[in-house]
Design a protein around this ligand. Structure first.
Ligand SMILES: NC(=O)c1ccc[n+]([C@@H]2O[C@H](COP(=O)([O-])OP(=O)(O)OC[C@H]3O[C@@H](n4cnc5c(N)ncnc54)[C@H](O)[C@@H]3O)[C@@H](O)[C@H]2O)c1
Length: 252
């Protein structure tokens, strides 16, 4: 059967941050394939990507002015840009803690503050959180920033709801990108052990859900947290108990 809505985002203007590579690049590609006019931005240079540091208020203002001039209003924002920092509680330096929060929390705040005024009813904002925002993940700066982003998204959903603008957060588990490639092999192996679907995620796994949340197919979903993690966070940390009993051949 053919897809009744081959281009569910046709003609929609959508800004994607952190789109030079990884998940953001895949989101830009998927949204474009769904008919959207994507404005890809990143602090790193890449083809078809505008330079914008999400922590830079002036850069957001310039983009806002240009979009207002060119399109009048826009339909979506994906706050995808993010950085990690893997220091644990005892070692993390306040300046690194603040740097991570600035990109992962202040960046999305600035994006929403600048672009929400250009949105009308039916627009949608998607934040890219992390399974870290649903668990006690060990890198404290990253984990606390993603929990803060969750709270920011909920508050934004409350504020923007009356204007018909939705705000949701996807929480990827272990996705194969340069971010996770920089982690120790043990990190990947442990994630695989904890993931019921038994595989790591792809950038396309997340991009498809981002596209859904930007489309009218999700028109009554706002303020939601949606894990895209192969079941990693659903078992609440007890998969190892189930696995241990299986390994021991224990009777039910
Ligand atoms: N890869 C994973 O397993 C995973 C899991 C959970 C959540 N996430 C989140 O997904 C998002 C995308 O991560 P990824 O895996 O594609 O990582 P990545 O490191 O491959 O890509 C991140 C992109 O964000 C850009 N960026 C960083 N700081 C920026 C800034 N100040 N302004 C604009 N752009 C900036 C980078 O230049 C890069 O292009 C991040 O928010 C990350 O925290 C990733």
């Amino acid at each position: 059967m053919s897809d009744p809505h081959p281009q569910p985002l046709l003609g929609r203007v959508i800004v994607v941050t952190g789109a030079a590579r990884g998940q953001g690049a895949a989101q830009a590609k998927t949204l474009t394939a769904h008919g959207a006019r994507v404005i890809a931005v990143d602090v790193s240079e890449a083809e078809d990507c505008r330079l914008l540091d999400v922590t830079d208020q002036r850069a957001w203002q310039e983009l806002t002015d240009e979009l207002a001039c060119a399109h009048g209003h826009i339909h979506g924002l994906v706050n995808n840009a993010g950085i990690t920092w893997r220091a644990r509680l005892a070692e993390v330096q306040p300046e690194d803690f603040e740097r991570v929060h600035r990109v992962n929390v202040t960046g999305p705040l600035l994006g929403m503050q600048h672009l929400a005024p250009l949105m009308r009813s039916g627009a949608s904002i998607v934040n890219v959180g992390s399974s870290a925002a649903l668990t006690a993940h060990y890198p404290v700066a990253y984990t606390s920033s993603k929990w803060a982003l969750r709270g920011l998204a909920r508050a934004a959903a409350l504020d923007l709801g009356p204007r018909g603008i939705r705000v949701n957060t996807v929480h990827p588990g272990f996705i194969e990108t340069e971010m996770t490639a920089s982690a120790a092999p043990a990190f990947r192996e442990a994630n695989l052990r904890e993931t019921p679907l038994g595989r790591t995620g792809t950038v396309d796994d997340v991009a498809a859900v981002v596209a859904f949340l930007l489309s009218d197919a999700s028109s009554f979903i706002t303020g939601a947290d949606l894990p895209v993690d192969g079941g990693l966070t659903a078992h609440g940390g007890v998969k190892s108990i189930s696995d241990a009993l299986d390994a021991a051949g224990a009777a039910p």
